[in-house]
Design a protein. Structure first.
Length: 68
């Protein structure tokens, strides 16, 4: 398993837990708003951040995409 894949799984699980979502629900959001692509593209910076900040960042990313 690559470091990038491990990171995406970590972010997915943290997001799912914070929002009390089932896996399918979180997956739908990540796919709909391109979160996995975002995490891959900015892995070099994002992987150095803490869990709370990462989930906050994902929330902001989704919100921007939702209102665009």
């Amino acid at each position: 398993m690559t470091k990038t894949l491990e990171f995406k799984i970590f972010c997915f699980e943290a997001y799912k837990a914070r929002h009390g979502l089932k896996g399918v629900q979180a997956l739908e959001e990540f796919e709909r708003f391109g979160v996995f692509e975002y995490l891959t593209e900015f892995y070099d910076v994002l992987h150095t951040l803490g869990k709370e900040y990462l989930v906050d960042d994902i929330d902001r990313f989704i919100e921007k995409r939702r209102t665009a």
